[in-house]
Ligand binder design. Structure first.
Ligand SMILES: [Zn+2]
Length: 507
C-alpha cells in the first residue's frame, strides 16, 4: 500500500442479543489488520459499532417492555463489553443513533433526492420482518405452496405500500465494470458471484423508505416525514460518518483511499450492489478492499441465533484462559474462500498444537538456554543457515498480512517456530562448547515469530518481548534478522497453560 492511511471497518452489528463467535470472527480479523498496519507505522482508523434502527429492534424492545432507545443503549454497552474482553482496539464505536450519524444520513438522502437518484413509487412484495428484507420469487423458498424466508424458515408477509426507490438500475453497467474489471473485492470470486447475479437478474431499484406506522424506529426521511429511511441505507452510511464525510473532506479522502472493509459473505450483496452504487451516486470510488469471509459452520450449518448453534465467546475465554488465545484460534480458523467448520476438538488442537507445544515451548526453551548458559546476555552472532530460512518465511508472512491473508500469516509464524524448534534439536546448543551463535539465532527467531504474532496476541507477545528485553517499534526495520545487537533476557512467563487432560467438552 502506498498510502499512509488505513481505514478498517467491520459491519455494524444488530444488537438484539449479545455477540457470539460469529461476530467475534469478523471483528477480531479486522482488529488484527488494524494492529498490523499500526505496527508498520500507518495512521490507522478502526471503526466498529452497532446498527440500532429498524423493525427487528423495535419489536425486540417492545417484547421486553422497553423503549427502543433504552434497549439499544443497554445492548451497545454489551457489545463494547465483549470487545473489551477480546481486546478490540477500535478508534470509534459508532452507533446509528449517534447524532452526527443521523445528521449525515439525512443529508446524504436529501442529496440523492436532489440529484434525481430517488423517486416515489409503489412497492409490492413478500417481506420478512426478521431479515427486514423483501424476497423476490427467485430468492424465497416455497413450503406448502407458500413463500417462506430462506433464512428464518417461516412464512413471508405480502406487503403493498407507497415508498421511495433508489435508482440502482441506472448503475448496472458501472457495477458490472467495477466487479469484473476492478480489484476491490477479495477474494475475487465473490465479485464474480455478484456480477453473475446482476447479469442474470438485472439490478433492481431499491425501496429505501418505510411507512412510519410500520417502522417508527428509524431516521425520518427528510423530504417526506411520513417515512423512515430503510435500515440498510442508514447502516451502510455509517462507514462515511466514521471518518467525517462532509465534515472534513480532506481527512475523509485520505482514509477512504486506504479503506479495508470486512464482511461475512451473507451481506455481500448489500456491500457491493447497494453500497458501491450508493458511493458512486455520491462521486466516491468503491472501498480499496472489501474483504469477505465465509461462514463459521457447526456440523455444516451456519452459526446463528435462530438455529441455536452459536458458540459463546465466554465459553472460549473460559476454556483457553485469555483473549489472546481466542484471537489466535480465530486467526487460524479464518477462511476467506470457504466456510470453516468448527468444533471444540479443532480449537483444542490449535491451542495445544500451536500455542502450547510449538510456540510456547520454543519461548520457554530459548529463554531458559539464554539464562542458563549466558546469564541472559547474548551477543549478536548470526547462523546464516537458519537465518536464511527464517528471513524467507518472515517475508512471506509480511506479504500475507499486507494482503489481509491473516490465516496464512499466522500459519507461517507457526512454521518459523516449528523450524526453530527443529534447529535447536539439530544443533543441541546445551552440548556445545561455544553455543552463542545457535542461541542468538534462536532468540532472533523467537523475536520475529513474536513480532509477527503481535497483532494477533497483543498482550502475550508484549510480555514475551519484554522478557527478551526488546522494545516494539513502528515500521519494517525491526523485522530484519540480526536487528538486535545484544540480548538481555529475563525469565519468560509460561504464556499458554496446558489444557486439563480428562476434560472433554460437549459441543
Ligand atoms: Zn428472514
Amino acid at each position: 500500500m502506498s498510502e499512509n492511511y488505513v481505514y478498517i471497518t467491520t459491519p455494524i452489528y444488530y444488537p438484539n442479543d449479545k455477540p457470539h463467535l460469529g461476530h467475534a470472527y469478523t471483528t477480531v480479523l479486522a482488529d488484527i489488520t488494524a494492529r498490523w498496519f499500526s505496527l508498520l507505522g500507518y495512521n490507522v482508523f478502526f471503526l466498529t459499532g452497532t446498527d440500532e434502527h429498524g423493525l427487528k429492534l423495535q419489536r425486540e424492545a417492545e417484547k421486553r417492555g422497553m423503549q427502543p432507545k433504552a434497549f439499544v443503549d443497554m445492548m451497545s454497552e454489551v457489545f463494547k463489553d465483549y470487545w473489551r474482553k477480546l481486546n478490540i482496539g477500535y478508534s470509534r464505536f459508532i452507533r446509528t443513533t449517534d447524532p452526527d450519524h443521523e445528521e449525515l444520513v439525512k443529508r446524504v438522502v436529501e442529496e440523492l433526492w436532489k440529484k434525481g437518484f430517488v423517486y416515489k413509487g409503489i412497492y409490492r412484495g413478500w417481506y420478512c420482518s426478521g431479515c427486514e428484507k423483501f424476497y423476490s420469487e427467485k430468492e424465497y423458498v416455497v413450503v406448502d405452496g407458500k413463500p417462506y424466508c430462506p433464512i428464518h424458515q417461516r412464512p413471508l408477509e405480502y406487503i403493498e405500500e407507497e415508498t421511495y426507490f433508489l435508482k440502482l438500475s441506472q448503475f448496472k453497467d458501472y457495477m458490472l465494470k467495477v466487479l469484473r474489471e476492478g480489484n476491490h473485492v477479495f477474494p475475487k470470486n465473490y465479485a464474480d458471484e455478484v456480477a453473475s447475479k446482476i447479469e442474470l437478474e438485472g439490478l433492481q431499484d431499491l425501496s429505501i423508505a418505510r411507512p412510519k406506522e410500520r417502522v417508527s424506529w428509524g431516521i425520518e426521511l427528510p423530504f417526506d416525514k411520513r417515512f423512515t429511511i430503510y435500515v440498510w441505507i442508514d447502516a451502510l452510511l455509517n462507514y462515511l460518518t466514521g471518518i467525517g464525510y462532509g465534515a472534513d473532506m480532506e481527512r475523509f479522502e485520505k482514509f477512504w483511499r486506504g479503506s479495508i472493509q470486512f464482511i461475512g459473505k451473507d451481506i455481500l450483496w448489500f456491500h457491493t450492489a447497494v453500497w458501491f452504487t450508493l458511493l458512486a451516486m455520491l462521486g466516491i470510488p468503491p472501498p480499496r478492499k472489501l474483504v469477505v469471509h465465509g461462514y463459521l459452520t457447526v456440523r455444516g450449518q451456519k452459526m446463528g441465533k435462530s438455529l441455536g448453534n452459536v458458540v459463546s465467546i465466554d465459553d472460549m475465554l473460559a476454556r483457553y484462559g485469555s483473549a489472546d488465545a481466542v484471537r489466535f484460534i480465530i486467526a487460524r480458523i479464518a477462511n476467506f474462500e470457504k466456510d470453516s467448520d468448527i468444533s471444540w476438538d479443532i480449537y483444542d488442537s490449535i491451542y495445544s498444537g500451536d500455542l502450547v507445544n510449538n510456540y510456547g515451548n520454543l519461548v520457554r526453551r530459548v529463554t531458559a538456554l539464554a539464562l542458563k548458559i549466558f546469564n541472559g546476555e547474548v551477543e549478536k552472532d548470526v547462523d546464516e543457515s537458519h537465518a536464511s530460512v527464517v528471513r524467507q518465511l518472515v517475508q512471506k508472512a509480511i506479504e500475507s498480512y499486507n494482503e489481509v491473508r491473516i490465516n496464512d500469516a499466522t500459519k507461517i509464524a507457526m512454521d518459523i517456530a516449528h523450524e526453530t524448534n527443529a534447529y535447536l534439536n539439530r544443533e543441541a546448543p546445551w552440548a556445545k562448547e561455544s553455543p552463542v551463535k545457535t542461541v542468538y539465532t534462536a532468540l532472533e527467531s523467537v523475536r520475529l515469530v513474536t513480532l509477527l504474532l503481535h497483532p494477533v496476541m497483543p498482550t502475550t507477545t508484549k510480555q514475551i518481548l519484554d522478557a527478551l528485553g526488546v522494545e516494539i517499534e513502528k515500521g519494517l526495520n525491526q523485522f530484519n534478522f540480526g536487528y538486535i545487537e545484544k540480548y538481555r533476557v529475563k525469565e519468560a512467563p509460561i504464556p499458554f497453560k496446558k489444557l486439563p487432560k480428562q476434560e472433554t467438552q460437549a459441543q
